[in-house]
Design a protein around this ligand. Structure first.
Ligand code: ADP
Ligand code: MG
Length: 695
């Protein structure tokens, strides 16, 4: 047996069950079983009495008594086996929905035995479906901390139950010394007070006691975090030495002229600090790979512009790429306005750019006349060739895939500096692990004079007063957004809701102008309507989430989000960020139905309680896990078996520090003490960390 051995070769499993286990649980090899960790443990030295069960009792329990009244019941739904189980205090039902004749015959009747299973309480009756049966008292009562593995009804029906997993994994553990060896050096085990690797596997499945279980858990978590960090640590070293970048040594006329003569407001301290970090980075002859995090409205665009002016001062072109046409247009408008009294050549390239204009852009890019190109992913097309691109800025990073970003690299012999801007703050632990090869800058301060947005939760019965509130705001000269979900699976239904919503709004707000933007519109139409609203010709904008990112209308002060329980936290936060951009007090009203799931309630409550994007992202991480937050393309990279990015930040920090210390002294892992790490890393981890750069 090796770790790679397929589980079909295990005696207790065999090919047929192996197939099932693989399809339901995704477990294929011995290694998969070893890392198929229990979700909790049960105390089998304990025997419950039927008479003492309540509907709030432990669900996995062991009972001692006799099976009686076994009968086969045939109904429309199919056959099932049913029996009674009695002890001296009462009776409950046993039931089997799937069984073979062999199984049926093997059930011991009227004999003192032990059963173990999950108790259901239904209609005043207790029952246990597919109970495990044990005749041997010693076996039944052995083990105070027995593992309970993730449960699948589908497998239990085929006799693949917890007991089977216990047996199989127990048998594997007997061979452990042949299967795996220590992968952390002695000095680390000692200094970090870590349990040995073999001991950890034994104790995570069959803990000797609680303390052993905890040590085992900690060891396995540390191991995972350690090798993950090692991967990034090695890559970062590699990147620093290998990936050349164009140094931008100077800050010259373009920057200074704009900064001294055309800056419409003083930069916040955070903007200044971030700019300095970026400058320092770009002075070096290595490629900048930096993530700029800043809450919605924190002023990232200005930082982007100033950075592009530095590139220009050093003789390089820049591009700014946005995920949607509207957003690209908005960036273009605001940057063009800011630069109106300068001679900087800025152009916009999107899918709807006319051929003639496109030709001019291509030409000016190649002859170097064009300094700043703003656009959508149209920028990535091969036809778009720069004379000398030195800086690529990507707004709202989570919308772009890794492969798309890689295309930017190829636009110059020496790859451009990369600045990724995101308004979805990534929780610190996540950033630390996922982006540990990236430098991170944070704008953690809002421009002065902004009032925190007031957020309220309202239901259908409050609709009239919500509308009245909106009318009062309009009377004060403000503008209002009504946002509806438009989610692909139910697009038609959502579309209908949107239209009905529009009708409601139009009926109530008769004396005002209402405009609309949604995903089914042509870009030009969207744009016209958006401009109409931005110019103040319409008081109300009814929209779907196409307005989620970046749209900037400072006079809009109320954001009503319809069916807000259907939005994710970061989306709600993004949407809310569309208001509160001017000096006026702004409001966000979260409309929901009457029935809310627990998770929706948490989301809504979080939104009402805080406007801090970092706090919101922490809650989001707890609710959804890292894969969903980072986008499907990137999930899987953080598929940890034991490590939990929310709970284990201390371990993540410790492992990161440990890796840094080791690599500082022994960057190539050549020291004899570190051979054990190196061998293991090369064998198991090297191929797995494909994600080297974010761009
Ligand atoms: P985001 O970080 O969400 O992209 P923007 O760059 O769109 O934010 O900035 C939001 C608004 O704040 C814009 O209207 C911008 O002009 C304004 N702004 C940016 N920086 C400052 C500042 N330092 N002082 C005042 N207003 C600012
Ligand atoms: Mg922005």
């Amino acid at each position: 047996m090796t770790l790679e051995t397929s589980i079909e070769f295990l005696k207790t499993i065999g090919p047929e069950r192996a197939k099932l286990i693989k399809s339901v649980l995704g477990l294929a090899t011995v290694e998969d079983l070893l890392t198929f960790y229990p979700i909790r443990y049960i105390d089998k030295s304990k025997i419950y009495k039927i008479g003492s069960l309540t509907k709030d009792s432990e669900t996995d329990i062991q009972l001692k008594g006799k099976i009686t009244d076994l009968q086969e019941i045939v109904s429309e739904k199919g056959k099932r086996l049913s029996a009674k189980f009695r002890d001296e205090t009462g009776t409950l039902d046993l039931v089997w929905f799937r069984y073979s004749k062999w199984m049926k015959d093997a059930i011991p009747l009227n004999k003192e035995i032990f059963i173990f299973g999950k108790v259901n309480f239904f209609n005043g009756n207790f029952s246990i479906p597919h109970p495990e049966i044990e005749i041997d008292e010693k076996k039944a009562l052995s083990g105070t901390l027995l593992p309970v593995y993730p449960r699948s009804e589908k497998l239990a029906k085929r006799g693949i139950n917890n007991k089977l997993f216990q047996t199989v994994i127990f048998n594997i553990l007997k061979e452990l010394p042949q299967l795996l060896s220590e992968n952390l050096p002695d000095y680390l085990l000692k200094s970090m007070k870590l349990m040995g690797r073999l001991g950890a596997y034994y104790n995570v499945h069959f803990p000797k006691d609680l303390q052993h279980f905890e040590s085992a858990n900690r060891r396995l978590k540390f191991e995972e975090a350690f090798f993950f960090q090692l991967g990034y640590g090695l890559k970062k070293l590699h990147q620093k030495t290998k990936s050349f970048g164009n140094p931008f040594p100077i800050v010259g006329d373009h920057f200074n002229n704009f900064y001294n003569n055309h800056l419409p407001f003083a930069l916040t301290n955070a903007q200044k600090r971030v700019l300095k970090e970026i400058r320092t980075d770009m002075k070096r002859p290595t490629q900048m790979n930096r993530l700029l995090q800043g809450d919605v409205g924190s002023g990232k665009t200005m930082v982007a512009l100033l950075t592009m002016l530095i590139a220009m001062d050093n003789g390089f072109q820049s591009c700014l790429m946005a995920p949607t046409e509207i957003l690209a247009q908005q960036h273009f408008n605001s940057i063009r306005e800011l630069l109106q009294h300068t001679d900087v050549n800025v152009k916009l390239l999107t899918g709807s750019t006319k051929t003639r204009e496109r030709r001019i852009i291509h030409e000016e890019l190649e002859n170097g006349e064009l300094s700043i190109l703003i656009g959508t992913h149209a920028l990535l097309e091969d036809k778009v060739r720069f004379q000398n691109i030195g800086l690529a800025i990507i707004d709202e990073q989570h919308r772009f895939g890794v492969a798309q970003r890689a295309k930017l690299w190829a636009k110059n012999n020496i790859p451009p500096h990369i600045l990724v801007m995101t308004a979805t703050p990534i929780p610190r632990t996540l950033a630390m692990s996922f982006y540990s090869d990236l430098d991170v800058s944070v704008i953690d301060e809002m421009p002065v004079g902004r009032k925190p947005i007031i957020t309220a939760h309202r239901r259908e019965k409050d609709r009239l007063s919500v509308y009245q509130f909106c009318r009062d705001e309009i009377e004060k000269g403000r503008q209002i957004y009504f946002v509806y979900p438009l989610i692909e699976e139910s697009e038609t239904l959502d579309y209908k809701n949107l239209m009905e919503g529009l009708e409601n709004v139009v009926t109530f707000f008769k004396s005002y102008n209402v405009t609309m933007v949604h995903g089914r519109m042509k870009p030009a139409e969207k744009d016209t309507n958006m401009q109409f609203f931005a110019a103040g010709h319409a008081q109300i904008m009814v929209a779907t989430t196409v307005i989620e990112v970046g749209v900037n209308v400072p006079n809009a002060s109320v954001m009503v989000i319809e069916s807000s329980e259907r939005f994710g936290l970061s989306q709600l936060h993004q949407l809310r960020g569309r208001v509160g951009r001017g000096a006026e007090q702004s409001y966000c009203i979260l409309m929901t139905g009457d029935k809310l799931s627990k998770e929706s309630r948490t989301r809504i409550k979080t939104m009402v309680q805080t406007t801090d994007g970092f706090k919101i992202s922490e809650v989001d991480l707890e609710l959804r896990g890292p894969g969903d937050i980072l986008g499907t393309q990137q999930s899987g990279v953080l598929d940890f078996k034991k490590l939990n990015l929310v709970e284990d930040s201390a371990i993540i920090k410790a492992s990161k520090l440990t890796v840094e210390r080791i690599l500082e002294r022994d960057a190539l892992l050549n020291h004899p003490d570190n051979q054990i790490i190196k061998q293991y890393y090369i064998r198991y981890y090297k191929g797995k960390n494909k994600w080297s750069q974010i761009s």
